[in-house]
Design a protein around this ligand. Structure first.
Ligand SMILES: CCCCCC/C=C/CC(=O)SCCNC(=O)CCNC(=O)[C@H](O)C(C)(C)COP(=O)(O)OP(=O)(O)OC[C@H]1O[C@@H](n2cnc3c(N)ncnc32)[C@H](O)[C@@H]1OP(=O)(O)O
Length: 718
């Protein structure tokens, strides 16, 4: 709702009240309309100030109401009422003015912002465009190029930048509401003719066509199939080419198109999913609201390879003191140099503080004796990690948290090497660790709730989205990757090429197809794991070469590794590169010939495989594993899996994540297609729909937020 008060006798103050961000719910919109009428009708009131409660102006439309039938006054007539007011209306912007909140501010005649306020049009990230005149007013106010930038990227600007751009009239370090009241008094009685943005002509720079062409190219490059950015460009185009009223009609049409699209629903689901994962729970009953994190001031990183370096940078940038340990002198000195470079680039590109002085380097593990938390990041080898954990357990002061950065090894086995297994937890960072936003926090059966809480909070302080997951091979992300990769290999055996599979996945919206990713991360990584698992056997032909433990197995990845084709680092993998370390993947005729030979050797006949089959087999196998993970209680809910896939594996955000996508396709359809492929490939157990998926499909495709009601209390596998 909105509160009304009278300040200094002549200023009507409307205060938005809807915690936590004063979003424009039906009640708030109704309140604003009612209070505006009141302020305009009271003769003593000469001017109006609109502000938000608790230091937040407004976070925009109330996203929680998007799924329901619209009630209350619509936003557009509300902003027109404010702009048309005969008394000056001043927005007092504290904290945030985002989306509909900024549109509300732009309908006011003046805007006063606190210096710490942030303003922006983030609608594009929700699959929308600013639909209450934002696309028509902003270009009129700040020009087309700047408006296109803000609206298509959704980036927030500081009050200082907003002032520079001309979005706000004044910036204050003092109380913005008091400043707005003073300002409102000072403009009482002045003409408002030049203050109504909708009446401004839209500037038309001479190179207008080129500006729009560039904007379209830019969004096409980065949107990966998301429709909102391009639609935002079209809406701004209408501001330049149409009179205001017609432009508003066009904005409404385009907004409706987006609002009813599956993409907007997916992105809005994802918005809440990313926040829901912070309310974590574990299979053994620990929860975010009952587990208190421990204080951590000083942390150590053991092992300064690629991952260790990224983790060190992340910790230092987050303000932790870090002891960085690498036992090999040469590698230590290389790491020092690399970390310094990363810190300097971070400071230059992203404005993060230079944090050289936060890091102390050592080549002795003894240096970690006084830290509060250790992150072990040595090579992914159980025997080596065990030795390090034994050493840490002996060296560290009592009560120190021992974390392992592993992408899939058994946390409990490592915990068993220490005197205090309850202090052990997995922190699975994603490469590059100082850039990637995801952290899987892996709890073992003995990890204490406060240790899980501490690791979750550490991740957050490092700017990451932490997701708590149970301990199993590959945890959530890599476990789901296995059947996905497997299908991709099988498709090659059956007649597809890496280019075809990658093209289908990239058209779906992945940043990179599975084979390009494999080349980037190195084929040898999986090869080592498969060797350790006893899956890699000497080359042989016939069916037995493609069977392990009674199930279908493709040795294609192993065969490439045997030929030294490790991907980008060797200049050859599923693709060819101009040199070792090259980045541009080119189809490799050698690989095509090799696949033909391989099929001939194994009695496989290549067939035409259509795009639909590639997509369904890769994605549904991955999704099926996701349901198995839910069934096993390894992830607490579908949101956890979706956030992991979007942030860690390049799943297109506008498709919500694999579990949300499955719901959009229809769970019954996913079951039906899996069964279809399973009949054709009975030796692939990953294509057998898991019982939770079947159960949900049979219970009538419930909406994703209802799945938890069907998922029985997870039976812990720990
Ligand atoms: C039906 C027809 C409708 C017509 C609509 C016309 C079009 C209007 C366009 C819009 O205005 S769309 C909304 C635009 N606004 C946004 O996208 C802002 C989204 N919010 C954020 O970016 C951040 O939340 C924040 C405001 C910058 C605050 O970030 P912070 O890190 O401080 O806290 P969070 O954990 O993110 O959020 C706290 C809490 O608040 C909830 N919340 C935030 N914004 C909204 C919102 N606009 N509506 C409803 N709820 C919001 C958020 O979900 C958190 O609560 P939770 O319980 O933890 O989930």
């Amino acid at each position: 709702m909105a509160l009304y008060s009278r300040v200094s006798g002549s200023v009507g103050m409307i205060t938005l009240q809807n915690p936590p961000v004063n979003a424009l719910s039906a009640a708030v919109r109704q309140g604003i309309v009612d209070m505006m009428h009141r302020a305009l009708s009271e003769p003593e009131v000469k001017s109006v100030v609109i502000c938000g409660q608790n230091g937040k102006f407004c976070g925009g439309a109330d996203i929680r109401e998007f799924g329901a039938k619209m009630t209350g006054p619509p936003l557009v007539p509300m902003v027109h009422l404010i702009e048309a007011a005969s008394k000056p209306v001043v927005a007092a912007i504290e904290g945030i003015a985002l989306g509909g909140g900024l549109e509300l501010a732009l309908s006011c005649h003046y805007r006063i912002a606190h210096s710490k306020a942030r303003l922006g049009f983030p609608e594009v990230a929700l699959g929308l465009l600013p639909g209450a005149g934002g696309t028509q007013r902003l270009p009129r106010l700040i020009g087309v190029p700047a408006a296109l930038d803000l609206i298509t990227t959704g980036r927030h600007v500081t009050a200082a930048e907003a002032r520079q751009l001309g979005i706000v009239d004044e910036v204050t370090d003092l109380n913005a509401v008091d400043a707005a009241v003073k300002f409102a008094q000072s403009v009482t009685g002045k003409s408002l003719d030049a203050r109504r943005i909708s009446t401004y002509p839209c500037p038309r720079p001479p190179d207008l066509d080129a500006i729009f062409e560039r904007a379209m190219q830019q969004v096409r490059r980065s949107a990966r199939g998301a429709i909102a950015p391009g639609t935002c460009v079209q809406a701004v185009h209408a501001a330049v080419t149409l009179p205001y009223a017609k432009g508003m009609e066009r904005e409404r049409e385009l907004f409706s198109l987006l609002f009813t699209s599956g993409q907007a629903r997916a992105l809005q689901y994802y918005f809440f999913a990313q926040r829901a994962v912070s309310r974590w729970s574990t299979a053994n009953g620990a929860r975010w609201d009952t587990s208190k994190p421990r204080p951590v001031r000083k942390a150590a990183v053991i092992g300064l390879g690629t991952m260790g370096r990224g983790i060190t940078v992340s910790l230092a940038q987050a303000g932790f003191s870090v002891v960085a340990v690498e036992t090999q002198e040469k590698q230590l000195s290389e790491a020092k140099q690399a970390v310094s470079g990363m810190l300097e680039r971070g400071a230059k590109r992203r404005g993060v503080p230079l944090a050289h002085d936060k890091i102390k380097y050592s080549c002795s593990v003894q240096a970690v004796a006084d830290v509060d938390l250790v992150i072990e990041a040595v090579f992914e080898d159980m025997a080596l990690k065990k030795t390090v954990f034994q050493q840490l357990s002996a060296i560290c002061k009592p009560g120190v948290l021992l974390c392992t950065n592993t992408s899939g090894l058994d946390i409990d086995e490592l915990a068993s090497q220490t005197q205090s297994p309850e202090l052990v937890v997995g922190m699975h960072f994603f490469a590059p660790a100082h850039v990637m936003q995801l952290l899987e926090v892996v709890y073992g059966p003995r990890s204490s709730p406060e240790v899980v809480a501490t690791a979750m909070q550490m991740g957050k302080k490092m700017g990451k989205v932490s997701v708590a997951v149970g301990n199993c091979r590959g945890f959530v992300g890599n476990r789901m990757l296995k059947p996905y990769l497997e299908q991709a290999f099988f498709l090659l055996e059956e007649g597809a090429t890496p280019e075809q599979v990658d093209q289908v996945l990239e058209e779906f919206g992945f940043a990179m197809g599975v084979f390009k990713v494999s080349d980037l991360s190195g084929l040898d990584v999986g090869w080592k794991v498969r060797k350790a698992d006893g899956l890699v056997s000497p080359a042989s032909t016939g069916t037995s070469a493609r069977i392990r433990g009674g199930s279908r197995y493709s040795p294609l990845g192993d065969l490439l590794c045997e030929r030294g084709r490790f991907g980008q680092k060797t200049g050859r993998g599923w693709y060819q590169y101009d040199k070792p370390g090259g980045r541009v993947a080119k189809p490799d005729p050698w690989l095509h010939g090799f696949l033909e030979e391989y099929r001939a050797q194994h009695g496989l006949v290549a067939r035409h495989i259509d795009h639909q089959e590639v997509l369904e087999r890769c994605l549904y196998a991955l999704i099926n594993e996701g349901f198995q993970i839910l069934q096993d209680g390894i992830a607490a809910g579908p949101e956890d899996i979706d956030v992991i896939y979007v942030l860690g594996y390049g799943w297109p955000r506008h498709r919500g994540g694999p579990m949300f996508y499955a719901g959009q396709v229809g769970l019954d359809k996913v079951v039906e297609r899996l069964e279809h492929y399973q009949q054709i490939h009975p030796d692939v157990p990953g294509l057998q729909p898991c019982s939770l998926l079947r159960k949900l499909a049979a219970s009538g495709n419930p909406a994703i937020h209802k799945w938890r009601e069907v998922i029985q209390k997870p039976r812990s596998q720990l």
